[in-house]
Structure formats: structure tokens, C-alpha cells
Design a protein around this ligand. Sequence first.
Ligand SMILES: [Mg+2]
Length: 460
Amino acid sequence: MGNPFPKAGPIVKFWKKHGSHTVSFVRLMDIPLLKKLPDVDMQNQILKDRKLETCTNPISLQDIRTLKELYRLKSETRDLREPLVRNIMKRRVVGQQCIESLKNALYSLETIHIDDYTGQRVLSLDGKKQIEVDLTYEIRELRKDIYYLEYGEDHFINYLGKFIPNFRSHLNEGIAMLRGKRFNAFITDRDGTTNNYCGRYRSSIQPIYNAVFLSRFAKNCCNFPIFITSAPLRDFGILNVSINPEDIFYYAGSKGREFISPDGAFHTYPIDEEKQQRIQLLNDRLRLLLENPNFEKFNFIGSALQLKFGQTTVARQDITHSINADESSAFLEKVKGIVREIDPEKRIFRIEDTGLDIEIILTIDTDGHDSLKDFDKGDGLEFICRSLGIKTPEGPNLVCGDTSSDIPMLEKAMEICGDVWAIFVTKDKKLEKRVKSICPQSMIVPSPDILLTMLGLLSL
Ligand SMILES: [Mg+2]
């Protein structure tokens, strides 16, 4: 490979008088442009790497009246935050314009109309119907990011401590437990564990401080940092809401049935090819349906459309019943019609309607073994470890979760991994007992921010 750097131009030396001293300094004269670069790809990579992208996606103050506008703003905050995390990880300065942009986003949310009677913020769903929205997550996490950027990490940690009871004692306990360890695998759930819980998945964009703490820990203290979530991988999934630098984490969606490595390699749990094609067809049809102005509101309520591997979920109602009952039933019939067209013999799909969500699940061949058992995060973990060739007996390994759906992941880790440590984020005493009985080397904390700060401090 040729030298990627162009030859420097002439070096000119200058002298300047400073008081009684004469100071010399050099200046690189203009670097001559090379007509043909020795290796254009590498050159571009270096330029891309060195470019100081402080605020390429500024956010202006906005008047948010619809859910669609809310999600557009949330996606803008993702585009703004992602390069910022990369810059912070590379110890670059964050420009004032970025902080101003985050403040614009925050103010745009804070000024969303509040209903006089209920005291709740309301947004329009389709120009006709108003629905109540709880923006606690969005507003709180933006405030934290602004504080983090304006005052720095030490002050930020003190700030967190103001709101969380026994913050310091939890931190000290965790740090004493894990200090000095380098983990082989770091296996973690996202929502409720490393990310504060948010009712609308599409809105749960990862905050900057969160990404810095987690990515630094993953990079400095772990060989295989792996997220395992029940949500899909993409469209719309964990990749759409995460802002960790892309070369650090392994992301597994659909409980581990699909995952992507930091180098972009994509792995899926084997599914029969014909079934795979049919579910692809179904997903394309549903996406098209939700682009239709008559049905686009279903993009913005509850679970919305989730294309999981081996299962597709689409919401027809949410817990506050934002959709008119007849409209919701008509949408269900429309979806059933599409499924019938793709699978007239009812061989491929099973439909489950919860009243809120329509779940369309691939049928399991009855002649296959394990066919009666639902796929859980433990199966996902085993599949990932096998696919990546992780030497699981090598410890220590760290498992983090927050609900009973993370228990199979911990049990599997105890079965196949050596020297397992666990941190669960919960206030549920029963779950706490279960975690401790499965994994004696465990700790319970009451909030994701404690876990995050602990990991962030352990990686310094
Ligand atoms: Mg969770």
C-alpha cells in the first residue's frame, strides 16, 4: 500500500520577538494537491476520521403539533447526538452550536401544548384526533445531555446523585465488586437496564452521556460487548435508537435470533427459506400499507410496526385508546386480508390479536425438536456465542438485565460461561431473590443511571 499522506510543502521558519526572547516557529506552506492519490479509499478514511464534525445537523426551534413532527424531531436529535459521541470518545471539543441545538430540541418539547383540564401534553394524531403524550423520558434525557456537555462528567455525576437515593453507596459497592476486571463477554439488555424506560420505542433515542459511559466501558473493559433485546434489530429497532460508535457493540435483536457484529457482519438464526421469503413479502406489504395516508397513524401509536426476525408486530391500538374502535377493527381486517393473500392455505403464519397489537408469527414445523418451546434470550445467547466462537469458559463475564425475560439469559450464561457476574436493575424483591439464587456474584441497583455511571467510572 502506498503512502497515504501527500508530501508536505516547503517548511518556512519564522522568528518573532516576545519581550527579551526571540521565539522561532515553523509554518507548513500550502500542501500541493496530488493529482492522483496512492490509495483513495484510505485517504478518504483518514480525512473522514480527522474531520471535526462538531455540528453537521443543527436543530432549530420547532412548533410541534403532531406525533409525526415529534418523531421527526426525535430522529433529528439522534443525527445530532451520534457524531457528538464519536467526537467525545476521541477527546475532541464539542461546539457550542451542538448544545444550542439540544436546547432548541428541549424547548420545542417543553412548549408542546398542555391541556388546561388534564394538565397533560397533547399532540394531534391525524389532524383530527388529539392524544395525550407523556414526554418525561424525552425531556429528562435532553436536560441530562445538556448538563453533561455544559458542565462535564464530574459535575454531571454529582447532578445525577441529587435525584437518586443512595446513589454514591450503590456506585461504591459496584465499583468495589468489579474494579480491575476485564470481561470476556458483557451481555446486556437495553430497555430498563442500560436505558431509562420510554413508553414509545421510536422515541427512546439513547442519550449522549449514556453512550459515552457504555461505549467507554465496552471498549476498555470487554472483549465481546453484546446487547440482546426483544425489539427488532432495525426498521424500527435497536440500531435506530442507539448512538454508540458503530465499531464497538454486537447488537442482537428479536431475543438474539438476528445480530450484527461491529464489522457489519449479519447473522440470523436459521429459518426455512420459503417462510423467510413469505415474511419478507408480508413486511413489504405492511410497510406499504402504513405509507397510505389513511393508515399512517398506526406508525405512531404503541408498538407501531416492529419487524422482528420470525415475527412481525403491528399496533392497532394503544393503552390510551387513541384510535377509534371501528377504525382499529377495520385495520385488523385489512392486515388479516394481506396475510390471507400471502398465505391462503394458512400454512406459514399464525395471527394473534391482543386487542392492542397484531402479532403475525411464523409457524414452527412440528417435526422439528424443541418446537414447543418459545425462543428466549438464553437460546439467543447460545446462538451468538456459537456463531462468534466465543470461548465462553473464559471469565470473567458480566450479565445485566431488568426483567424476568432476562433471566433465561442469566441462566444460560451460568450454564455455558465461566466466572459470571450479574447486575440487575430492579425494585422487584422477587426478581432480586431469583437473580441472587441463580448467580451468587450479583448486585441489584434501582436505576439504569446507577449501572451506567458505575460502568463509566470503571472504564476510566
Ligand atoms: Mg428490559
